[in-house]
Design a protein. Structure first.
Length: 141
């Protein structure tokens, strides 16, 4: 009986641990002009990624979110480097009340167990994106 419980418990833990380490990218969609061609959308995505990948922006995000503590890294520069590896800007589609529209998906690759932190980073990246393109972020009520 004890052996069966150990096997079932170990299998359950193994399954849970496996699921916690599955990839779980998180992003925030930013609608773009549907009249742009695919090439123009890809070019805008590349330019935006290059601007967001700036060490100054990524270090500030690391400081604001205390990523050195959350990821157990020695410095904000190391955290910025990690964000840079995970950062993506992809052309995609966003669901709206009017149907699907083209979008730029600004986000971060991560794992299921890191979903809270990667979600915070994605939202912070969207704030930086709004600054870069000249949109005022919504003010909290």
């Amino acid at each position: 009986m004890v052996a069966v419980m150990l096997v079932v418990g170990g299998g359950g833990y193994g399954c849970w641990n496996y699921k916690q380490n599955l990839p779980a990218p998180l992003w925030v969609p930013l609608q773009i002009n549907p009249e742009r061609t695919d090439e123009e959308r890809a070019q805008v995505a590349g330019e935006l990624k290059a601007k967001l990948d700036s060490p100054a922006i990524l270090i500030q995000i690391s400081k604001d979110l205390d990523l050195t503590h959350k990821w157990n890294l020695p410095s904000n520069e190391a955290a910025a480097s990690e964000i840079s590896k995970r950062l993506f800007v992809r052309v995609g589609e966003a669901d709206t009340p009017m149907g699907k529209v083209p979008s730029l998906n600004v986000g971060v690759d991560g794992k299921v167990k890191e979903a809270k932190v990667t979600g915070e980073i994605a939202m912070r990246l969207m704030k930086e994106t709004m600054k870069l393109i000249g949109i005022k972020p919504p003010q909290p009520e």
